[in-house]
Write a protein that binds this ligand. Structure first.
Ligand SMILES: [Zn+2]
Length: 328
């Protein structure tokens, strides 16, 4: 019903790929459908991230991001979502000659006439030698904040480029008063989450490894920092073997604030409704607990108090029906 951790490039439909390949004049490889989904033999987040090569190769020209954003929002609407925050890294879309700003403007075009309220989160990338690009992404987040962009993020290979390397980037984000979330505690442990917390992250992407440390959990609880949990994605990246291994009950018992997301609809072959069902079945969640998680998502959303109030009203109106439709 609400998805706040959703990557654009990991969520293209097969129809999108065919359209975007044509638009981009890219010849798709044989068995291209296989390249869109996480391979069963993936062993880590690094393997998982390879699934983004194909979608990225066809989102390098003007019009491609607008099309992808629009198409994704229409699919979310038909799934019954009432709000979404869609993220992508502008610096990964420059191969066709667009600047980061042109990429952002193209994606913003896709929000026009949206059937549901939706916003964009701009991702900086973990890596080396891309400090200038990350700062440019931050500058653009500031420039378009409140104009379709709602926050900043850090994505990419956490185990290769540790969170503590990005101290100065987030110092600058704080200076600019830009709200941010950080992917942390997915393939790396609590030190990564602690770094993200000390930078001032308002939400943590995944954060599931917080369960390894009581102090980290206490910090999350006391500062009311929300975890964006993406169950199937964690199985695909081999952070956990089964849904039952996720620390859902531990987090509920510790009073940690979290909610459920899809991460990548095509790479993980899922959507947020299905993710709630997986968690419900694995932990025998009561409907009240699911309702509580959705309220968390509304509270954590990077939007105005007025919009949160309106989302809460929609949630109350549609919750029972949504549960029935999705076997929850
Ligand atoms: Zn993610």
């Amino acid at each position: 019903m609400i998805d706040l951790h959703l990557h654009l490039d990991g969520s293209l439909s097969e129809e999108d790929v065919l359209y975007l390949a044509k638009l981009s004049d890219v010849t798709l490889p044989k068995n291209w459908q296989e390249f869109m989904h996480c391979p069963k033999d993936a062993t880590s987040l690094v393997d998982y991230l390879r699934c983004f090569d194909l979608p990225l190769s066809i989102m390098q020209v003007k019009g491609s991001l607008a099309y992808a954003v629009k198409s994704l929002i229409h699919r979310l609407h038909s799934l019954g979502l009432i709000y979404a925050e869609i993220r992508f890294a502008p610096q990964l879309h420059l191969k066709g000659g667009m600047s980061q700003e042109e990429v952002v403007l193209d994606a913003l075009d896709g929000l026009k006439d949206s059937p549901i309220p939706a916003k964009l989160i701009l991702c900086a990338m973990r890596g080396e030698g891309n400090e200038k690009e990350n700062l440019e992404t931050l500058r653009l987040t500031k420039k378009y904040l409140g104009k379709g962009v709602c926050a900043f993020d850090l994505a990419g290979a956490e185990s290769l480029y540790h969170t503590d390397k990005f101290n100065s980037l987030f110092k600058e984000a704080r200076k600019l008063d830009v709200p941010f979330t950080i992917h942390a505690g997915e393939s790396e442990g609590c030190a990564s989450i602690d770094d993200a917390l000390s930078f001032g992250a308002l939400r943590i992407g995944h954060g599931v490894r917080a369960k390894e440390n009581e102090l980290t959990m206490l910090r999350l609880k006391e500062n009311k920092i929300f975890l964006e949990i993406c169950p199937t994605s964690n199985l695909d990246t081999k952070a956990f073997k089964t849904y039952e291994d996720l620390p859902i009950r531990t987090f509920l018992l510790h009073g940690i604030h979290f909610f459920i997301n899809s991460d990548n609809m095509s790479v993980s072959n899922t959507n947020v409704n299905l993710e709630y069902r997986h968690v419900k079945e694995a932990f025998k969640l009561h409907r009240n607990e699911i309702y509580f998680l959705l309220c968390n998502a509304i509270e954590a959303s990077f939007t105005s108090e007025k919009e949160k109030w309106s989302l809460k009203k929609k949630l109350d109106e549609q919750f029972t029906n949504w549960c029935l439709t999705n076997n929850l």
